[in-house]
Design a protein. Structure first.
Length: 401
């Protein structure tokens, strides 16, 4: 009997493609995604987008730019900003993960930091990473700059250099510029500044409020849409189909309910964010409302499209679990997308998670209005419409079978 039960279970698994996918496709897929993310954070797979600016032009600043552009772990944006404000704006609007400004002579007095790294509070890890890359470049490939910067301080402590000492120092600097040895490091050249007034907690909370909101929007919409299959198998849809509107009323009614349910769900998440963490929602209510409505509609449309294509509730649960987990992992609900390799970031734009998170973060942290996030809202609206249309078409087609 034990072997017979084993055979029955095995045959059931082999006949259920959804169960096969959940058992043998989903686990390695999730592993590949997270391996790509976390292996990239410690190697060349992580390529931060860097906005570079020079406010104090010099040959040394040009040398640093050349080295930064050659660094495989960085993607320096095209062109060079000429003001610090340009770099700040690039980081603030999300077009760059982190900014770097050369604002002084790299071999000047040691009491100031000529290199400023500007960090988005929602991407705090990017600051130390870039600062570390800069320090490493200065300490390995541009060692003469660090030594030249230290020379005035040494001279102030021990007295002026004699002409012979000055000549020897100049010759040594020239040699280091041509063939730098292995060094210990440099100091005082790089400082880091975090943008925004909300601090670390504010940026992190606003990011994950949006990330969690779209994650649970997808889960609840998928589960709610699965009732379409139950009503189809129980004959309810067939009885409603004899009416003037056919099966369209079923799909439309479920879409409206799932959208409203999602809006309430997101409102509760952000209510906690406002009360407990002090997120400023009142000043951005119109843009937040537009984002929430379209995100809920997109999740509802996607859920109905999948449910209408499935033949059983078990199949729908399997497929929706697969879709939600993969979409959330790639789209940034589990791990911030800037930590992912560039190719995985590009794939993430094909998920509703990425667009919803970007819209929420833009509204609540950067203070953007509807006109500024319209590019994030359009894909959500398009997904909602496409999902509903697909559900209507498939439901009508099934009625004819």
């Amino acid at each position: 009997m034990i072997l017979a039960m084993l055979r029955v279970m095995l045959l059931g698994l082999l006949r259920d493609r959804g169960a096969l996918a959940m058992a043998f496709v989903l686990p390695p897929t999730i592993f590949v995604i997270f391996a790509a993310i976390f292996s990239g954070t410690s190697g060349d797979g992580l390529r931060l987008k860097l906005a570079y600016g020079i406010t104090a032009s010099s040959d040394n600043a040009a040398r640093l730019e050349t080295e930064l552009r050659a660094e495989p772990s960085l993607r320096v944006t095209p062109g060079i900003a000429t003001t610090e404000a340009e770099v700040r704006a690039a980081v603030a609007d999300g077009s760059a993960d982190v900014g770097l400004v050369v604002r002084g002579d790299l071999v000047g007095e040691a009491d100031s930091s000529p290199i400023l790294v500007l960090v988005d509070p929602g991407k705090l890890m990017a600051g130390p990473i870039v600062a570390g890359h800069v320090q490493r470049i200065l300490a390995t490939r541009l060692l003469d700059l660090g030594l030249a910067r230290s020379a005035p301080q040494i001279e102030a402590l021990v007295g002026a250099f004699t002409p012979e000492q000055a000549a020897r120092l100049a010759a040594a600097l020239d040699e280091l510029a041509e063939a730098p040895p292995e060094p210990d490091g440099t100091g005082g050249l790089v400082s880091t500044e975090t943008l925004g007034g909300g601090g670390e907690a504010g940026a992190t909370v606003t990011y994950y409020a949006g990330a969690v909101a779209i994650l649970f929007l997808l889960f609840s919409a998928m589960q709610g849409a699965a009732t379409l299959i139950e009503e189809r198998t129980s004959g309810i849809v067939d009885r409603l189909a004899v009416g003037p509107a056919g099966t369209d009323v079923v799909v439309a009614g479920k879409f409206l309910f799932l959208t409203l349910q999602g809006i309430v769900q997101v409102a509760l998440i952000f209510l906690v964010a406002v009360v407990v963490y002090g997120v400023d929602l009142a000043g951005q209510l119109p843009a937040w409302t537009a984002t929430t409505v379209l995100a809920a509609a997109a999740a509802a449309g996607l859920g109905l499209a999948i449910a209408s294509a499935c033949t059983s509730k078990q199949q729908a649960q399997t497929i929706t679990t697969f879709v939600v987990l993969v979409s959330s992992a790639i789209g940034g609900s589990m791990v911030p997308r800037f930590l992912m390799p560039p190719w995985l970031q590009e794939i993430g734009w094909y998920t509703p998670n990425a667009w919803a998170i970007e819209a929420y973060h833009g509204v609540l942290w950067r203070g953007e209005g509807i006109e500024a996030i319209i590019g994030d809202l359009l894909p959500l609206g398009g997904l909602a419409i496409a999902g509903v249309v697909a559900a209507l078409i498939v439901s009508r087609w099934r009625l004819k079978l």
